[in-house]
Design a protein around this ligand. Structure first.
Ligand SMILES: Nc1ncnc2c1ncn2[C@@H]1O[C@H](COP(=O)(O)OP(=O)(O)OP(=O)(O)O)[C@@H](O)[C@H]1O
Length: 295
């Protein structure tokens, strides 16, 4: 018997997730599936909610929210033991970057139909310094963007906060000296950004690792080396289409292991949109078996 738990972040997408409860309920009650809702009441709670749902016998967990909600749910699934668990996301946050690689249609109610069908596939998961990363782990210019966005959001809500922080970082961020070991090959670089990814998108739609496949058993690494400010500003828009790979200062690798060490200032580690620490960073493929609904 299938048993589904919808974990709803009531503040995601400015309440868009909460507004989905009724339509989900209306649709599911016609299916005969067993299901329930759990609504988070504070930041960071979704991890323990997912853990408890599994301990209570739920085998299918669906985050109703954005990337932040999904990431927390994945940590809980990993801690409870992901064997025979199917994860899902009904995207209604600000970025929804991981769901873009899972589903061609981003409408949550269309994705709900896929959930009802119940077909799933195994998806890779990364392990970044012990934290599970389903989408993208990044070090460099994105760190100050994430921190500044949090601060600016308190004064200016919405996407403007992210835009302001991004422009500030593009104007002021200085390249950092790093040592990167990719499958035992060590290189030294002056970098603006290093990403080790499973998914393709980060930062709300930037196609940073356009060649990534979520089930190929490989980590996609994109390194953006030092460029002039003028070149950086002119190249930046191309990231949204994944066309930055044509730029000579951008390097791309597929591998099984990445180690990043700072040679000057330490870099913030951003795992799926959350700052979780600093360099040194060790990224490998996690042994967790994690399944996602697919279409
Ligand atoms: N009841 C709650 N009150 C406040 N924060 C919550 C609550 N439930 C979950 N959260 C937090 O909301 C954060 C953002 O979640 P998510 O990314 O899913 O939505 P979002 O709308 O895309 O948000 P953001 O704009 O911050 O990216 C997560 O860090 C999560 O821990």
């Amino acid at each position: 018997m299938r048993k589904l738990m919808f974990i709803v972040n009531p503040v995601a997408g400015k309440g868009a997730a909460k507004a989905l409860i009724e339509p989900i309920h209306d649709r599911l009650k016609k299916t005969g599936l067993e299901y329930d809702f759990a609504i988070s009441t504070f930041k960071g709670q979704i991890e323990s909610m997912a853990f408890n749902a599994i301990k209570n016998g739920y085998k299918e967990l669906i985050a109703v929210g954005g990337d932040g909600s999904l990431t927390e749910m994945i940590q809980g699934i990993s801690k409870a033991g992901s064997a025979n668990i199917i994860a899902g996301i009904l995207p209604c946050g600000t970025g929804n970057d991981f769901s873009k690689v899972l589903y061609s249609n981003q409408d949550p109610l269309s994705i709900l139909e896929e959930i009802i069908k119940g077909e799933s596939k195994r998806v890779d998961l990364l392990n970044c310094n012990g934290i599970k990363c389903v989408n993208v782990c990044a070090m460099g210019i994105d760190g100050p963007i994430v921190l500044d966005t949090e601060k600016i959001k308190r004064i200016i809500p919405g996407p403007a906060a992210y835009l302001i922080s991004t422009i500030k970082a593009l104007m002021t961020y200085k390249a950092r000296s790093v040592e990167i070991t990719i499958d035992q090959q060590t290189i030294k670089r002056e970098t603006l950004l290093i990403t080790a990814a499973n998914g393709r998108y980060f930062g709300g739609g930037m196609k940073i690792t356009p060649l990534a496949e979520i089930d190929d058993g490989l980590i996609d690494v994109c390194i953006v080396n030092k460029v002039t400010k003028i070149k950086l500003l002119s190249v930046f828009p191309s990231i949204f289409k994944g066309e930055h790979l044509k730029v000579k200062e951008v390097e791309y690798y597929k591998c099984s292991e990445v180690i990043v060490k700072s040679l000057d200032h330490s870099l913030l580690l951003n795992v799926d949109g959350n700052i979780t620490g600093t360099t040194p960073v060790h990224v490998t493929l996690s042994e967790d078996e994690i399944y996602f609904y697919c279409n």
